[in-house]
Design a protein around this ligand. Structure first.
Ligand SMILES: Cc1ncc(COP(=O)(O)O)c(C=O)c1O
Length: 312
């Protein structure tokens, strides 16, 4: 396999024309995408002042809904953003929007909550007087098959996800500029996505997903101190522990990443996505037994989750 002949992003989805006519939830209304609008005074548009979650609907069940809501409410609390809805009301709104679209499976939702409309176009959060703004975009969405066959090409970039006392990397905020700068740097280097280091130079995360390597039968990921507390990341760690796969959250460097037998990304959209190369160096032989095993375990977990009751 030549890792340099294709171009991908981790969020490449098969084209689905049904998405041209989807209905979107905006502050209690469910309207055609052409009618779904927020104000130019909205805190999210003006300042990136909001939080979001990516969720997936598989066979009528929102996967790991409780975990997503825990992170979402925690993030909103951390920035004093009043969601204005309970977890149960959010579940109800998600289900109503799915029903309005006739959607039951292979759906991705971007749920967004901002501090709402501002009185004046300035930064102070107190100027957001009518809010919050809640939007739920549900799309028919399946990762393209080639993503799993070919894998993603990563480039290490200068941009880091930094210390928690600047903008905590655990905040899933509307402002993704740090990640976007990283992604642009990776594109300029001829890769698909960015591999970001932590402030000490250890391998950390990518601009949109969490990052794992496999070495000599062990699964490694960063300590978690400088990356998104990914729901999928935690599920992979838990699955490894439950299935006697040695797994470590530790500091490691590019030296160990380049020499890995396998590497993969995790995220709600793509589950586990293989990495083909880092900085032009092919990862392993292209055989990915551990990634495949974890993917299979994750699929089974989604199925188990499906039979568990969704708690509002
Ligand atoms: C920067 C970043 N890393 C990782 C993830 C993956 O998190 P999850 O597995 O919860 O989708 C996301 C998704 O929101 C993200 O934005």
């Amino acid at each position: 396999m030549n890792a340099d002949t294709h171009s991908h992003s981790t969020h490449d989805a098969s084209e689905d024309l049904r998405n041209n006519d989807i209905k979107i939830y905006v502050n209690g209304d469910i309207v055609h995408r052409d009618e779904a609008k927020v104000s130019v005074y909205d805190s999210g548009f003006m300042l990136g002042d909001g939080m979001w979650e990516g969720l997936r609907l598989y066979n009528g069940t929102w996967a790991f809904f409780d975990e997503h809501m825990d992170r979402f409410f925690n993030s909103c609390k951390a920035v004093s953003l009043d969601v204005g809805m309970t977890k149960g009301e959010i579940l109800d709104a998600l289900n109503r929007t799915a029903a309005a679209n006739g959607m039951t499976t292979d759906v991705h939702c971007r749920l967004m909550c901002t501090r709402g409309r501002k009185d004046k176009p300035f930064q102070h959060p107190g100027l957001s007087r009518s809010g919050p703004t809640m939007v739920m975009i549900l799309e028919h969405s399946k990762p393209v098959a080639s993503l799993h066959d070919q894998g993603i090409r990563l480039a290490t970039v200068a941009q880091v996800r930094g210390l928690p006392n600047s903008q905590d990397p655990k905040l899933n905020s509307h402002s993704k500029l740090n990640c976007i700068i990283a992604c642009l740097q990776a594109e300029e280097a001829g890769a698909d996505e960015a591999l970001m280091l932590d402030p000490h130079g250890f391998v950390n995360t990518t601009n949109a997903c969490n990052f794992f390597i496999v070495r000599r039968g062990e699964v490694w990921t960063s300590t978690g101190d400088y990356c998104m507390n990914g729901v999928t990341r935690q599920k992979v760690i838990d699955l490894c522990r439950a299935n006697d796969i040695p797994v470590r959250e530790k500091n490691y460097s590019l030296y160990e990443a380049y020499g890995a037998d396998e590497a993969f990304l995790t995220g709600t959209f793509g589950a586990q996505t293989p990495v083909a190369s880092i900085d032009g160096k092919q990862i392993g032989t292209g055989e990915r037994p551990m990634t495949l095993r974890i993917r299979q375990l994750y699929k089974e977990l989604i199925n188990v989750n499906r039979h568990a009751k969704q708690t509002p």
